[in-house]
Design a protein around this ligand. Structure first.
Ligand code: PGA
Length: 252
């Protein structure tokens, strides 16, 4: 039985005050049956981590990206070790916005995954196809290529502290969600790929869905056999809607 993981990705949104009031509001949520994660902008990680400890909330703090080096002459970068010292225990890697805006390649993302594992951060590898790729029927080819780049570098067992997020780019921030059947099909495909390398790791691997997850579609998504939680953007900015998604995961 895989414990569901519900992660909030605030992207480049929110202020210190908003992070602190969000954490405080989360005190009212019973998150004991689910793993809950908040990835605020990196600046707010220490304050968020302190607030979580202070309020005794069952929520972990994560980063949205990780540098490839542990330290050194890498202007603007933040390494895994530094993130951990700041209070982050997880990191997103290869989010589609970074693949697009920062032109992150599969190879760089695999290097970041290795850096996260080496630095004992729990990585969430984000994969997913664009609208054009889906329209041309190449979603499996794209996701396979994104995943293989990482599996060439790391064993599936090394990824088990983290998770994989299937996030079709056409569903991110668009209000358009993959249907539960569409998401399940891709999650099943990802699990099959891992099964080909390490069946035991495939059974244990958490594969979460991302792309316009909201309280009103979460239950149907979580009912699918291979959907082990959600990576939530827009709907994670308000404590009530994020709490409702956590409740849906706990009930699944
Ligand atoms: P969304 O974002 O929920 O706003 O679609 C999800 C994500 O980008 O991780």
């Amino acid at each position: 039985m895989r414990t569901k993981l519900v992660a909030a990705n605030w992207k480049m949104n929110g202020s210190m005050d908003e992070v602190l009031s969000f954490v405080s509001a989360m005190q009212a949520t019973d998150a004991s049956a689910v793993d809950v994660l908040l990835c605020p902008p990196a600046l707010f990680i220490p304050a968020a981590a302190d607030a979580v400890t202070q309020h005794g909330i069952a929520m972990t703090i994560g980063a949205q990206d990780v540098g490839i080096a542990a330290q050194g002459a890498h202007t603007g970068e933040i390494g895994a070790e530094m993130l951990r010292l700041a209070g982050a225990y997880w990191t997103l890697v290869g989010h589609s916005e970074r693949r697009l805006d920062q032109e992150e390649t599969d190879d760089l993302i695999a290097t970041k995954m290795a850096a996260a594992v080496r630095g004992e951060l729990r990585p969430i590898l984000c994969v997913g196809e664009t609208l054009e790729q889906r329209q041309t029927g190449s979603e499996r080819v794209v996701v396979a290529r994104q995943l293989e780049a990482v599996l060439d570098r790391l064993d599936p067992a090394q990824l088990l502290t983290g998770a994989i997020a299937y996030e079709p780019v056409w569903a991110i921030g668009t209000g358009e969600t993959a249907t539960p059947a569409q998401a399940q099909e891709m999650h099943g495909f990802i699990r099959e790929m891992i099964d080909g390398v390490d069946p035991e790791a495939a059974r244990a691997m958490r594969i979460v869905y991302g792309g316009s997850v909201k309280p009103d579609n979460a239950t149907a998504l979580f009912a699918e056999a291979d959907i082990d939680g959600a990576l939530v953007g827009g709907a994670s900015m308000r404590a009530e809607s994020f709490a409702a998604i956590i409740a849906a995961a706990a009930a699944a």
